[in-house]
Design a protein around this ligand. Structure first.
Ligand code: MTE
Ligand code: MO
Length: 399
């Protein structure tokens, strides 16, 4: 009596009745085509993410080598970072759909190498989903994780883990990728030839790849207007609308959110410039009476939006000279803000001494508004928005 059951079980285990997938949409070529586009998007997001990380948290050996030019450098790389992440979303969905039949592969683990491969894919998919989801939510300023985990270091370290898994994946899949990249016309295996005919009724690979490309293009056009002004009218889905905001510039954190109230910046506000041979304490009128400079520089937020603006104020280099601060000094900038992550920032000497770097008093032809950093704020070329300190009260040479 027992034997047949054991036999059945054995044959069941050898070949369980799992679904079979024969469509070309799940084959190596489709996976490779979509995977290549996804790989390019991930590589772009990773490299531009590294740039952003280094600019915000420069390691000591690099701190003085980061260039203050071109002034639009960070605007470009961070725009690319956010758009490559957004374009990766439809690409990742298409890729997962293409390869999900592998979930039903049998046996699930053939060897140690196979186990490592599957584990790397698990890490890769989980990491990719995490990065794209947190990045998208962050660009929309929807901080759903609250105090659960800090976005910046988590997004940064998960990126490394994901890229590590991606490299393992590419190594393991190199032969399949090579096959997938070859022209299918010359390489059609026979068994495959036979099912091509019966598959012709379904969605063709070309249609699937084209649909994916259209979806990827559409999300890009619909969002990239937050950093390319001329595309604003068609960018209905931008995480941020750069048209909203006082004086033609959006506001990432308002004075209210930063705890800055109008009565904090009454007439007794003074700017302190310390650490040099001639410490300064200047009222806003005194700052405005100094020689004024102007510059057209973008605010490029790490969250993706960016916009060019015309700034007027005192050249930071002039101010440092006036205070007797040496040319090779880095400067610490203090905001009136008490507890924010950007209340105190460091400005390395190459930014301090750039001729376009300003302690701005005016924006787009008007006095700064409180939300834009009145009475005075920093604007420096090629730096992330988070370092463009608002409501400055003190600048101090680091000696
Ligand atoms: N003191 C202080 N400065 C700050 C911030 C802040 O939270 N506190 N936010 C920064 C961020 S994230 C950006 S993008 C820019 C935006 O400047 P804006 O609000 O004038 O557009 O200000 C920066 N300066
Ligand atoms: Mo920002």
């Amino acid at each position: 009596m027992r034997k047949p059951i054991a036999k059945d079980l054995a044959s069941f285990l050898r070949q369980p009745p799992l679904p079979r997938f024969r469509s070309r949409l799940h084959d190596e070529r489709t996976a490779t085509l979509i995977g290549t586009a996804l790989g390019v998007a991930f590589a772009t997001a990773f490299l531009t993410g590294l740039i952003s990380h280094v600019l915000q948290h420069p390691p000591g050996w690099l701190a003085h080598r980061l260039p203050a030019r071109p002034s639009w450098g960070y605007r470009l790389t961070q725009g690319l970072h956010v758009s490559s992440g957004i374009i990766a979303i439809p690409l990742l969905l298409a890729k997962l759909w293409t390869v999900y039949p592998k979930l039903f592969a049998w046996p699930p683990l053939k060897s140690l190498a196979h186990a490592v491969e599957r584990l790397s894919i698990l890490v890769l998919v989980a990491g990719a989903v995490f990065e794209l989801a947190t990045g998208l939510l962050n660009s929309a300023q929807w901080y759903v994780w609250g105090g659960q985990f800090p976005f910046v270091p988590t997004h940064y370290w998960v990126a490394w883990i994901t890229v590590g898994a991606l490299i393992v994946h590419l190594g393991v899949k190199a032969p399949a990728i090579a096959r997938g990249l070859r022209s299918p016309k010359t390489e059609l295996p026979e068994a495959y030839q036979q099912i091509v005919e019966e598959q012709k009724q379904g969605v063709s690979r070309r249609a699937f790849v084209a649909t994916t490309a259209v979806a990827a293009g559409a999300v890009t056009v619909a969002t990239v207007g937050e950093s390319i002004d001329s595309l604003r009218p068609v960018s209905a889905l931008s995480p941020r609308d750069i048209g909203v905001g006082e004086l033609g510039v959006p506001i990432n954190r308002t004075a209210g959110q930063a705890g800055i109230t109008a009565d904090l910046v009454t007439s007794d506000w003074r700017l302190q410039v310390a650490g040099g041979t001639r410490p300064l304490s200047l009222s806003r009128d005194e700052l405005a009476a100094l020689s004024q400079s102007s510059a057209t520089l973008p605010i490029a937020c790490v969250e993706g939006w960016s916009v060019d603006a015309h700034w007027e104020g005192v050249r930071i280099s002039d101010l440092m000279d006036l205070a007797g601060i040496p040319h090779d000094a880095d400067v610490r900038v203090f905001s009136m803000e008490k507890n924010g992550a950007y209340a105190v920032t460091v400005m390395e000497r190459q930014y301090v001494r750039d001729r376009a770097a300003l302690l701005a008093l005016r924006l787009n032809g008007r006095t700064l508004t409180l939300d834009h950093g009145y009475p005075a704020r920093v604007i420096v070329p090629n730096r992330p928005g988070v370092l463009q300190t608002k409501w400055v009260r003190r600048m101090e040479a680091i000696v």
